[in-house]
Design a protein around this ligand. Structure first.
Ligand code: CP
Ligand code: NVA
Length: 302
């Protein structure tokens, strides 16, 4: 039994296998062929935070794989009224075949996994969002071929998405250049651990340095879920970190732009970039479905 709490819970070979399967499963779907390896299986989906893409892609994905998904918002379950995480994990994992969780502290999902009898999937914590990187790498490779050895620029908050791009540099072998404002840098331990595992990651506080000759430029909101009250102070700290057409001119001419969404046009990205020819954000969002179907097949099929 395996959990997927961060990208580093699967080997490099397994991460590659999941993406290879995602491409095959996507082709089957587009060709109208059914693929139902999870017939009779149920995924419990616990949400402590809002979601559009994650909820829909897991729910539709389970349906297409022949299974069923249950939407469990914490406000409507006993978890939201203080039932211990360990007790909820024991109970839910005695009925479901897999559990997906979107929550705040990463320690919550770790605790859940410790007491779960079935695979637990991270649908976003404050620390990481690994499912998003599976979709992002799938998207890059559909457009540009293998991401190994390519240069990815991360411009913005050193948040859960930045951390996932850091872990992805281990799994997928791209070079990562981070540009984050002072005070909003990624977690030092997570960064050091990725470097220890061989990831090629550099860091600065200059978006132009990060974007220089990049094959892919990615960013995310300045205030993540749970940080809404910091919006004003973050807007000040992140001034100069908007991915504009000017920033994109420093990247390779065929560089792609990505954003996990939802996006704030005029804050972390200009409308011209996100709605422009280099942007692949809609493919990225759709690929959540295909990448996670491959992940579900990997974790839940017999
Ligand atoms: N990118 C992403 O996880 O989107 P949602 O918050 O809509 O699930
Ligand atoms: N960093 C964002 C990602 C949303 C998909 C957040 O955590 O809110």
């Amino acid at each position: 039994m395996r959990h997927f709490l961060t990208l580093l819970d699967v080997t490099e070979e397994e991460a590659r296998h999941i993406l290879d399967r995602a491409a095959i499963i996507k082709r089957k779907l587009k060709a109208g062929e059914s693929h139902r390896p999870l017939e009779g299986k149920t995924l419990g989906m616990i949400f402590d935070k809002s979601s559009t893409r994650t909820r829909v892609s897991f729910e539709v994905g389970m349906y297409q794989l022949g299974g069923h998904a249950l939407f469990l918002h914490s406000d409507a379950t006993q978890l939201g009224r203080g039932e211990p995480v360990a007790d909820s994990a024991r109970v839910l994992s005695s009925m479901c075949d897999g559990i997906m969780i979107r929550t705040y502290g990463h320690n919550i999902i770790q605790k859940f996994a410790e007491y779960s009898k079935v695979p637990v999937i991270n649908g976003l914590t404050d620390l990481t969002h690994p499912c998003q990187i599976l979709a992002d790498v799938l998207t890059f490779e559909e457009h540009r071929g293998s991401i190994e050895g390519k240069t990815v620029a991360w411009i913005g908050d050193g948040n859960n998405m930045a951390h996932s791009w850091i872990n992805g540099a281990v799994s997928f072998g791209y070079k990562l250049k981070l540009a984050c404002p002072k005070g909003y840098r990624p977690d030092e331990k997570l960064l050091a651990a990725a470097r220890e595992l061989g990831a090629d990651i550099s860091r600065s506080d200059d978006p132009v340095i990060a974007a220089h000759k990049a094959d892919l430029v990615s960013t995310d909101v300045w205030a993540s879920m749970g940080q809404e009250e910091e919006q004003t102070e973050r807007e000040k700290a992140f001034a100069g970190f908007c991915v504009t057409e000017g920033v994109m001119t420093h990247a390779n001419p065929d560089a792609l732009f990505m954003h996990c969404l939802p996006a704030h046009r005029g804050e972390e990205v200009s409308a011209g970039v996100i709605d422009g020819p280099q942007s692949v954000v809609w493919d990225q969002a759709e690929n959540r479905l295909h990448a996670q179907k491959a992940l579900l097949e990997f974790l839940l099929s017999d």
